[in-house]
Design a protein around this ligand. Structure first.
Ligand SMILES: [Zn+2]
Length: 58
């Protein structure tokens, strides 16, 4: 195995990544990736019905 051959760029902006923020190049790109992750989570439909709303059948 060679050590330097696997250097991959920042997945967000394709700049060389830094050791501090690996696998990203900067805190900016790291935050952007996190934001994308959260947006994906919010986009998921599901758990829309609240138990209080359906349990009121008398
Ligand atoms: Zn970047």
């Amino acid at each position: 195995m060679t050590n330097a051959a696997k250097a991959r760029p920042c997945p967000i902006c394709r700049k060389p990544r830094t050791q501090e923020f690996t696998p990203f190049c900067s805190s900016h790109c790291r935050d952007r990736d996190l934001a994308q992750w959260f947006n994906d989570g919010y986009a998921l439909p599901g758990e829309a019905a609240r138990p209080e709303d359906i349990a009121q059948e008398d």
